[in-house]
Design a protein around this ligand. Structure first.
Ligand code: PMP
Length: 448
């Protein structure tokens, strides 16, 4: 009997024993292509000798020094590098252990910023439906995924949720993408006015929505308009790039594409690339100086803030992304993956949408392409595809959003940046077989 408390108590997962490049290997020797990098984590693939050496070296030198007393060389170097590369004046970096810690810290920093400026009446946070910002209670309150929230609802702070920018489903036929984006963004202003124009702390959103929707980018102009609205009402813009950041979309930061600089930016997953647990919250000089000139103390903190070994891993990963020109590679391989997905599924009767940026791609499954009708949730299609793909030796990230209203089933792909063209074919081939086996009986695209 295993004493590990697994995610699903009724399923005993295989034991992963090794990682080699894009593959994970279990204790029976079976190889799995890591087509989603876990959950968009393993951007460099597995077993990267440079990152391993950086981790080993730092662990040998200094594994831990509490940030209540010390800073450390790798934390300083990583923060310098992130600040230099980040857009705009996001020049202060708060190093945490993962995504939820980053988004939690962002929410608290935003509130403290307003308090220090005497705007204590600001008490609302607005986020979006079909979003995920983490599993701690504050982050979960910000997220708009009904299923994840459901049983914890009595414990959650009452955040507002406006509609996501989800062109495939929410754009009307008589509307251009641009007009749709302006309409979607307008919901933010309407919500701010409803709550009270000087009562909102922050608006939080993922530039490209990951786990809940399957790589859904906003339409052009949406975030520019969001930025304008935030500025008009003194609302801080928090962008959650925990999943879509660190080069994943073909930009080092996903918001580079939108030409928008947030007040607070959260990153995680790809920063440690799986070699260490690490995340970061970046904030503007203005927010930092408000705290510095006010109480001088951000009233937050975890024991493992700025962990030296994690910071060394983050620094090595960031250096590798830069020195190996991986962002350029993500764009090229992302285009190739997109082309392969369109070739395989462009005419598929049960694939309604193929979307994403860089090596962050999603496909949405529908029972009817014309009407965009999702499959009945009772089919548990995403879960079935996940299982079938795993049996084929492919780790991908299918999710079902059907409990959340209209989303339906989608599959997220986020392979390592080192993926080769032949491996793109391998991923798409395995996925094609997994989908064909999993579609409900009677679906046009099912393998009979
Ligand atoms: N924000 C986003 C956008 C995420 O995708 C995730 C993780 N899936 C989180 C926050 C939470 O990150 P973690 O699981 O590292 O706490």
């Amino acid at each position: 009997m295993s004493h590990v408390f697994p995610r699903h108590t009724k399923v005993q997962p295989p034991v992963a024993v090794a990682g080699e490049g894009c593959y994970l290997i279990d204790s029976t020797g079976k190889r799995y292509f890591d087509g989603s990098g876990g959950a968009a984590v393993s951007c460099l693939g597995h077993g990267d000798p440079e990152i391993i050496a950086a981790v080993q070296e730092q662990a040998g030198k200094l594994a831990f020094a509490h940030t209540g007393f010390f800073t450390s060389e790798p934390a300083e170097a990583l923060a310098d590098k992130l600040a230099a590369l980040a857009p705009g004046n996001l020049d202060r970096v708060y190093l945490v252990s993962g995504g939820s810690e980053a988004t939690e810290a962002a929410i608290k920093l935003a509130r403290q910023y307003h308090v220090e400026r005497g705007e204590t009446q600001r008490r609302h946070v607005i986020a979006r439906k079909q979003s995920y910002h983490g599993n701690t209670l504050g982050a979960l309150a910000a997220g708009g995924n009904a299923w994840r929230r459901e049983q914890f609802a009595p414990l959650l702070v009452d955040f507002s949720h406006i509609s996501p920018c989800y062109e495939y489903v929410l754009r009307r036929d008589d509307e251009s993408a641009c007009d749709y984006g302006q309409r979607a963004a307008q919901e933010l202003e309407d919500e701010i006015l409803r709550l009270g124009e000087d009562s909102v702390i922050a608006f939080m959103a993922e530039p490209v929505v990951g786990a809940t929707s399957g790589a859904v980018p906003a339409v052009e102009g949406y975030f520019e308009r969001i930025r304008e609205i935030c500025d008009r009402y003194g609302v801080l813009l928090i962008l959650d790039e925990v999943m879509c950041g660190m080069g994943r979309t073909g930009h080092l930061f996903a918001c580079n594409h939108d030409g928008v600089v947030p007040d607070i930016l959260c990153i995680a997953k790809g920063l440690g690339a799986g070699y260490q647990p690490i995340g970061a919250m970046l904030c503007t000089a203005e927010i930092y100086s408000t705290i510095e000139n006010g109480s001088g103390f951000f009233q937050h903190g975890h024991t493992y803030l700025g962990h030296p070994v994690a910071a060394a891993a983050g620094l090595a990963v960031l250096t590798a992304i830069e020195e190996r020109n991986l962002v350029g590679r993500v764009r090229a391989k992302g285009d190739a993956l997109d082309a392969a997905l369109r070739e395989a599924f462009g005419q598929h009767p049960n694939v309604g949408d193929i979307r994403g940026r860089g090596l962050f791609r999603g496909i949405e499954l529908v029972s009817d392409r014309e009407t965009k009708t999702p499959f009945d949730p009772s089919h548990r299609l995403a879960a079935t595809i996940k299982k079938a793909a795993f049996a084929e030796g492919l780790v991908c990230y299918p999710m079902s959003g059907t409990r959340d209203g209209r989303v339906g089933d989608h599959i997220l792909l986020a392979p390592p940046f080192i993926i080769e063209d032949a491996q793109i074919d391998e991923v798409v081939g395995k996925l094609t077989r997994a989908i064909a086996q999993s579609l409900p009986k009677g679906s046009t695209g099912r393998r009979q």
